[in-house]
Design a protein around this ligand. Structure first.
Ligand code: ATP
Ligand code: MG
Length: 568
């Protein structure tokens, strides 16, 4: 993590309570100079995959500045490549944006809505001598383009007469040529130090139906030709994108200057979000899904917004995390633990507490009357009194966590052992009197006694116990599956040393099929996080059935980030 890349929110806020970064400073300057009457931004996803947490940075920035400066942020689907784009992705992007808490009202656009206008502008470029039809193959174009150290060579078709290019372009549009036969190139500068200006391709032939325009087109504009012109059509004032487009800015400006567009948008670039222990490249995320390394785009191990949601991460925690990131021009990598920190901080305040046993061990309370049970009061959230209390059933047979018992406990182990007394949360003190094992010597049951005078968890004689444990009444327990997640990749920088797939963590999913829940846990809606006492935050998975809930562990309780911060 580079020190420039991350700073606490407070440091980005000036005395007047305004957020400070180079984008917002630019906007303030532009407004002060009277360049614009209002601010218009856009979030421009290509519908060829699901949104991930990196997109959230762009979303919060574009929608955030629009709100702060009383402007508007458009949602624009950049749908110029029908080979990879699908309606499923359009729907998912809309749903994820709404979940993240943003709305765009009427201003939802598609680059494909502008195909007629873009085509007309392409003809304009040809007519003004600024574009030509090239017959070279893709391979040859690459060869002619040169390298960072060598200038490019002009295509033999570069000086083709305007009329001929125009006729060929119209024939391309009419479907007279196969894919790849010809392209339209802007005529700029084959010797430019910036390769993007060496006569970039702006239209290509693609005999491919489009999710929105169907069979109307068999030629499609490239990203570079569509993007700036779409910005201009929409009256975008500040076209904010990530650093890899900085080298495209001269082309963006050249096209805006060369065309009779209705507005003059400007492009600004900021550092994209990179996170440890995951990948945020759509190509790689697509590969993980397509090859079955994960269970779909919303697999809770994925850094997608739908994955985070399914895992139980609240949208507010994502927004909080993003607000702590600096908007800067220096690329760095952010610790995943920083996202975890935002999640824990929010869930500690908001998630109700419940009891669940993940690896059960049976306890029989020998002096508790057989066939009877009682309801004990438990506090739902010590951080928020308004969450109230609930009743938890207690009886003679209980489940406790296997790890909470040791037959031969070391000094610092304060939980249950032979002859030891502990507190059961919200219930009683119990003492272990006997340990029952199976033929292989494994502990299968504990025999205990309880002290009826300690109801609620305190002893009238003032005696203390060191350990407090969670438990679930065996008779009332709800059987459940609980999925425990770890990082999807074993190293912080997947792929740094070869194929990123080789760095997949084979133990990133651990399914516990014998978990026991207190009954009230069946009442939680899908996706809502709850704290299992002493274990972490969990959320119901959509795979749940009425008689068998499935829970995902959102996050363990331990906050490594808080420790890192304390040390640092
Ligand atoms: P990838 O480069 O992984 O294929 P993309 O940039 O092509 O992703 P788009 O759908 O084109 O994905 O992205 C929409 C917007 O989100 C763009 O403006 C892009 O700059 C921005 N964006 C994408 N990834 C990140 C990221 N990691 N951090 C910040 N912004 C991002
Ligand atoms: Mg992109």
């Amino acid at each position: 993590m580079g020190p420039d890349d991350v700073s606490e929110t407070e440091e980005n806020i000036d005395d007047g309570g305004e957020i400070r970064d180079f984008v917002r400073d630019q906007i303030r300057d532009d407004l002060a100079a009277g360049l614009h009457s209002g601010i218009v931004t856009r979030f421009p996803p290509e519908p060829n995959g699901y949104l991930h947490i990196g997109h959230a940075k762009s979303i919060c920035l574009n929608f955030g500045v629009a709100a702060e400066f009383s402007g508007r942020c458009n949602l624009r689907f950049d749908d110029t490549n029908p080979t990879k784009e699908e309606q499923e992705f359009i729907d998912a992007i809309q749903a994820d944006l709404r979940w993240l808490g943003f709305s765009w009202g009427e201003t939802e656009f598609f680059a494909s809505d502008y195909f007629d206008q873009l085509y007309a502008w392409a003809e304009h470029l040809i007519e003004t001598g600024n574009a030509y039809i090239d017959d070279l193959s893709a391979e040859e174009i690459r060869e002619y383009r040169g390298t960072l150290t060598e200038p490019g060579r002009p295509s033999p078709y570069r000086d083709r007469p305007v009329d001929e290019s125009l006729a060929l372009f119209r024939a391309m549009k009419a479907g007279e040529f196969p894919n790849g036969a010809r392209v339209l190139r802007a005529k700029i500068d084959m010797a430019s130090g910036n390769i993007n200006l060496r006569d970039p391709v702006i239209y290509r032939i693609l005999h491919e139906p489009h999710p929105r325009t169907g069979d109307a087109w068999c030629i499609y504009p490239t990203y570079d030709f569509a993007h700036g012109q779409s910005d201009a059509i929409e009256g975008v004032t500040h076209s904010i994108c990530t650093l890899e487009f900085a080298d495209h800015r001269p082309l963006y400006d050249w096209l805006i200057e060369s065309l009779p567009v209705p507005a003059r948008p400007r492009q600004y670039e900021f550092a994209r979000l990179a996170l440890t222990h995951t990948v945020l490249s759509k190509r790689r995320l697509t590969q993980l899904v397509a090859e079955g390394h994960v269970n779909g785009w919303d697999d809770p191990r994925m850094p997608t917004l739908s994955g985070l949601r399914r895992r139980g991460v609240p949208a507010a925690a994502v927004r909080d995390f993003i607000s702590r990131l600096a908007i800067s021009k220096s690329q760095g990598t952010v610790e995943m633990a920083m996202l975890d920190h935002s999640v824990r901080e929010l869930l500690n305040r908001t998630a109700e507490r419940r009891m669940a046993v993940l690896n059960p061990l049976k306890v029989v309370i020998e002096n508790y009357p057989e066939g009877e049970h009682e309801e004990l009061q438990a506090v739902n959230n010590p951080e928020n009194e308004a969450d109230g209390t609930r009743m938890v059933p207690f009886g003679r047979e209980l489940w406790i966590e296997r790890d909470d018992f040791m037959e031969d406990p070391p000094k610092k182990f304060f939980r249950l052992g032979p002859g030891r007394e502990v507190r059961l949360r919200w219930a009683y003190f119990i003492t272990c009197t006997d340990v029952i094992k199976d033929a292989s010597g494994e502990v299968v049951e504990l025999r205990c006694t309880y002290d009826p005078a300690t109801k609620g968890g305190t002893a009238p004689d003032g005696r203390k116990v060191k350990g407090t444990m969670h438990w679930v009444s065996a008779k009332h327990a709800v059987e459940s599956e609980v999925r425990i997640y770890d990082h999807l990749f074993t190293r912080p920088d997947p792929g740094a040393d070869g194929d990123f797939l080789d760095d997949i963590n084979s133990e990133s999913l651990n399914t516990l099929r014998d978990a026991k829940l207190e009954p009230s846990l069946t009442e939680f809606p899908v996706g809502q996080a709850v704290q299992f006492e002493r274990l972490g935050y969990f959320a119901t998975d959509p795979d749940s059935t009425p008689d068998r809930p499935v829970f995902n562990r959102t996050m363990a309780l331990r906050d490594t980030w808080a420790k890192v911060k304390a040390k640092g």
